[in-house]
Design a protein around this ligand. Sequence first.
Ligand code: KIV
Length: 259
Amino acid sequence: MLTAYDYPTAKVLDEAGIPLILVGDSLGNVVLGYDSTVYVTMDDMIHHCRAVTRGVRNALVIGDMPFMSYQANVSDALRNAGRFLQEGGCQAVKIEGGEHMAETAHRMVQVGIPVMGHIGLTPQSVNALGGYKVQGRTLETARQLVRGAAALEQAGCFSIVLEMVPVPLARLITEKVGVPTIGIGAGPFCDGQVQVVSDMLGLFTDFVPKHTKQYTHLAQAIRAAVGDYAREVREGQFPTEAHSFGMKEEVIEELKGEL
Ligand code: KIV
């Protein structure tokens, strides 16, 4: 699974055979330039979901429900989840939270909205968690994550993201639950992996999380390309005839005569 936020990226990921595309609220950081996902709105998410789903033919597209679009009450949650399917064109939604979100997930599943859970580091709760830290290192917090995963499975979630969870705990949870776990910073024993596309392509460079592997360095490539462009324009090497349009000689001659 990879995230995508726009039409061209979604199209390339889909063509490359990525089976799950998440329109993550990480777009708050990597596309909109906020320092937290807390500022992302429903309208932001729907706008980007529409762009992504226009580019996807095969992958399952999951819309990430933003902060306070599902936490206040179940009717808000159902209505907003419905918007992801009806307006965004997504096939499923993702929500953050364990046991305390199980009832909400269950109600969504009951009305026909497939739900992906997300436990461990849940960035929408960064202010309560005290930062972007590994979760579940103590016995009590590890137990809480195990209970959370079980509750989400019981609620009908079709899959669960484990974010920044120690490897042995992620492995235990993966073995315990019957639905696929998708890890990010949760080691190799999860059933699948997810990465933020802008991180793994080296496009977002404000910070590089420890769990990110940069498979390429797009920011560097773009910097080099726009540098070449600007130099060629200054030096008169661009545009050439190959990038320009002509017209009939007699038309331009007649026009010149009129001026
Ligand atoms: O918003 C996001 O991109 C996510 C993934 C990191 C799972 O929630």
